[in-house]
Design a protein around this ligand. Structure first.
Ligand SMILES: NC(=O)c1ccc[n+]([C@@H]2O[C@H](COP(=O)([O-])OP(=O)(O)OC[C@H]3O[C@@H](n4cnc5c(N)ncnc54)[C@H](OP(=O)(O)O)[C@@H]3O)[C@@H](O)[C@H]2O)c1
Length: 287
């Protein structure tokens, strides 16, 4: 995509009242770009931005991302207010820590509603605009846990792995329209993600997973000590879109890079181990 240099770029960012999304909105406004910032609470977003930020190019919208109509209206309002759309950042998301058998049906649906259905609603609304103009950049904020899975994070990983699959297919589908897709994979970042208020937990636990209870305690303890700086994370996302240069996946953080590298090695070992047995299910080759 050719990032606009003759006018402020127009961004659409989800999940903006805290963390990475809030830092993104702040830095985009400081650059002089125009931003639609969706949130579940416009009031909370404006309070978090504070007085020192020029909000003349901000369109804060209270949107339930699970509601296709609300999302479509938000994209429509963006093009009406700013005259176009250049970059979309699907950022909204939350963590959930429990064993698979402790994870309730409602918990599964809620997570997938935000991380898959919500993203899909945004894409369905934004893609016709980007496709018609033959330019644009979609950033889907996944996680290193969209590449590798660990005990206790099954539901979160299920959501992020789904987002990765969707994004990888999307990137290939829209490349010919001049639309870029970037998957962002942060490691641990110092946002509100791991706080007691925002890390989701199951309604009922069992006594069979003491290691996972230990992990919950450890993660809550980690709050405030995570390696990743969300100000730098937001800047990296902006840089990726502005330069238009880089591969499909942008890992953020040395922890993320190390976990992903270990996953790739394990996957390669697995592929090597079945190299002889996998072809056994083929039909005989046609002569
Ligand atoms: N921090 C990390 O360690 C880390 C690591 C890997 C990936 N990530 C990913 O990075 C993204 C940003 O997270 P963050 O670290 O900035 O966390 P955060 O400080 O908790 O912020 C999360 C944002 O997502 C939105 N959100 C949370 N739960 C939601 C729900 N149920 N429905 C709709 N929106 C919801 C919130 O938006 P509103 O309240 O404004 O609606 C909030 O602004 C997420 O996708 C997360 O999965 C974070």
């Amino acid at each position: 995509m050719a990032y606009p240099t003759d006018r402020p770029a127009i961004w659409f960012v989800t999940g903006t009242s805290r963390g990475l999304g809030l830092d993104l909105v702040r830095q985009l406004l400081e650059r002089g770009d125009a931003v639609t910032a969706t949130t579940r609470s416009g009031e909370r977003l404006l309070a978090a931005l504070g007085d020192g930020v020029d909000t003349s190019r901000l369109l804060p919208l209270t949107v339930d991302l699970r509601d296709e109509e609300q999302v479509a209206a938000a994209v429509r309002k963006t093009t009406e207010r700013f005259g176009g759309l250049d970059a979309v950042v699907n950022n909204a998301g939350y963590g959930y820590l429990a064993a698979v058998e402790e994870t309730g049906d409602r918990d599964v649906r809620d997570m997938l509603d935000v991380q898959v259905v919500g993203v899909w609603n945004v894409l369905r609304a934004a893609l016709p605009v980007l496709r018609a103009q033959r330019s644009g950049h979609i950033v889907n904020v996944s996680s290193v846990l969209g590449l590798t899975a660990v005990p206790g994070w099954a539901l979160y990983c299920a959501g992020k792995f789904a987002l990765e699959g969707l994004s990888e297919a999307l990137a290939a589908e829209v490349a010919d329209f001049g639309v870029d897709v970037t998957i962002v994979e942060p490691g641990y970042f110092r946002t509100d993600f791991l706080t007691r208020d925002f890390l989701a937990l199951p309604e009922n636990t069992t006594a069979h997973y003491p290691a996972i209870r230990g992990m919950v305690a450890q993660h809550l303890e980690l709050q405030g000590k995570q390696l990743g700086d969300p100000v730098k994370g937001a800047a990296a996302v902006i840089d990726r879109v502005v330069t238009g240069e880089g591969p499909l996946r942008q890992l953020l953080g040395s922890d993320s890079h190390a976990y992903a590298t270990a996953k790739v090695r394990a996957l390669q070992d697995n592929l090597d181990a079945v190299a002889a047995t996998a072809p056994a299910t083929d039909h005989p080759a046609a002569v």
